[in-house]
Design a protein around this ligand. Structure first.
Ligand SMILES: [Zn+2]
Ligand SMILES: [Zn+2]
Length: 323
């Protein structure tokens, strides 16, 4: 079953891809992403691999916008899901990628975003990575994913609503630009920065050690970034990933979302940024999304964002100059 079903109460599409449960067991010590497997080129640096079990697929039924979905609306999940292989080295954790390697990964994200932008049926390109067993990753090979979806989803819709409202009430200003300016002025939540990007713990962080990377320039997608900015982006991602590993002295399980403006809604106010959502709330404890968070949408946080920013600032590497 490959289908979208409308959650009439929460007003959002839920993606059903039920044959995900029937994934074949892979032979021990065999990895489809390793050179020589027959599934990937014998030599590669970074490789885009079409997902074998996509939630969204190019051959799925097309998505049709529905004015008033009613109680039991269904829709087609036409889109794309790709796996981005960060490196041919099976045991290399993503956080240990070099800046040059990150730049190659970013180039694949950007190229794929450009390809999807040309397709009017694709609303958004979601670039992300789940890292660590705590986030449910069973495949150790370093990889991230790119989903091209035919709708935006509630979080990006909410972000656009917020930025639109802010712009209306602040003479057309960008919410993200203003937040960044103010964070840079206050300094206490800044974790790292370079010429084109700054990383900080949000004032009201929902997750322990949550950080965001904002572009200093007002840009909407990866496609707006200059060559120099793309290098800078690779550098700050590398710095943040290493800082996370330095936080408790082990590879920190986390989610990374690279967030871009809707591809087809050219007027929607948006600002390119990256979110890091780690799940560790201390060296030994995981943060679970329990009833308050999941049932009520209310996040309970037990770490002061300013303290966490200081821990991360002091975690290696300490400066942006020595990634
Ligand atoms: Zn592998
Ligand atoms: Zn902006």
């Amino acid at each position: 079953m490959h289908q979208l079903r409308w959650h009439a109460v929460l007003q959002q599409w839920i993606v059903f891809s039920t044959d995900r449960q029937n994934r074949p067991q892979m032979p021990a010590n065999w990895c489809p992403f390793d050179p020589g497997s027959g599934k990937v080129p014998d030599q590669y640096d970074v490789f885009l691999y079409p997902n074998d079990f996509p939630g969204f697929g190019p051959n799925a039924d097309p998505f049709t916008p529905i004015e008033a979905p009613g109680l039991f609306a269904e829709n087609g999940p036409r889109g794309a899901c790709d796996v981005v292989l960060y490196s041919p080295e099976h045991t290399l954790p993503p956080s240990k990628l070099t800046v040059e390697n990150w730049r190659k990964v970013i180039d694949v994200w950007t190229r794929r975003t450009g390809e999807h932008a040309a397709n009017p049926a694709i609303a958004l390109v979601d670039v992300f990575e789940n890292s660590g067993e705590a986030v449910g990753v069973t495949m150790p090979h370093p990889h991230g994913q790119i989903y091209a979806t035919p709708f935006l989803g509630p979080t990006v819709e909410k972000e656009i609503e917020s930025t639109s409202q802010y712009s209306r009430t602040h003479n057309g200003a960008c919410l993200f630009c203003d937040l960044l300016t103010e964070e840079l002025k206050r300094e206490e939540r800044i974790v790292a920065s370079n010429e084109h990007f700054a990383a900080f713990v949000p004032f009201a962080a929902r997750f322990p050690a949550e950080t965001v990377i904002y572009a200093r320039r007002h840009v909407r997608t990866l496609l707006d970034l200059t060559n120099e900015e793309l290098d800078s982006l690779a550098q700050i991602i590398s710095i943040m990933r290493r800082k996370y590993d330095g936080l408790y002295g082990f590879l920190l399980p986390l989610m990374m979302a690279v967030k871009q403006a809707p591809l087809q809604q050219k007027e929607a106010p948006y600002h390119f940024h990256i979110q890091f959502l780690p799940l560790q709330r201390s060296a030994t404890k995981l943060k679970y999304l329990a009833t308050m968070e999941t049932g009520y949408g209310v996040f309970l946080a037990d770490t002061a964002p300013e303290e966490m920013a200081e821990h991360l600032r002091n975690s290696e590497p300490k400066t942006a100059q020595a990634p």
